[in-house]
Design a protein around this ligand. Structure first.
Ligand SMILES: Nc1nc2c(ncn2[C@@H]2O[C@H](COP(=O)(O)OP(=O)(O)O)[C@@H](O)[C@H]2O)c(=O)[nH]1
Ligand SMILES: [Mg+2]
Length: 90
């Protein structure tokens, strides 16, 4: 039998792209303690300053990518994606 088919085909090399870790953050607590205001100021990097007046109905999420100092390879920052969920509380 010939061995023409014995030579294994090399799979194409794929350079791995580092995947960004994603964390789900669920903010819970009694109504009126400032969950929505806290999320607003965290996402927008500014004080909510009384902007949040209406109680939260239902749940919603927002994403924010943050740098974790020293969290990556060789002490470099690492980017992580936060999937932040607001809840109505009760
Ligand atoms: N003075 C002050 N008021 C806040 C603060 N955070 C929230 N509030 C107010 O407290 C009330 C309830 O806030 P909200 O974020 O809706 O609370 P949630 O029900 O936990 O989502 C709103 O009238 C906000 O404007 C804060 O850090 N300081
Ligand atoms: Mg709320």
């Amino acid at each position: 039998m010939g061995n023409a088919c014995k030579k294994e085909q090399k799979a194409p090399e794929v350079k791995a792209v580092e995947q960004m870790n994603e964390y789900k953050v669920i903010v819970v607590g009694e109504s009126g303690v400032g969950k929505t205001a806290f999320i607003y100021s965290f996402i927008n990097e500014k004080n909510a300053n009384g902007l949040i007046q209406v109680p939260t109905a239902g749940v919603s999420n927002q994403y924010k990518i943050v740098n974790v100092p020293g969290g990556g390879k060789n002490g470099l920052p690492k980017q992580v994606k936060l999937d932040i969920w607001d809840t109505p509380g009760g």
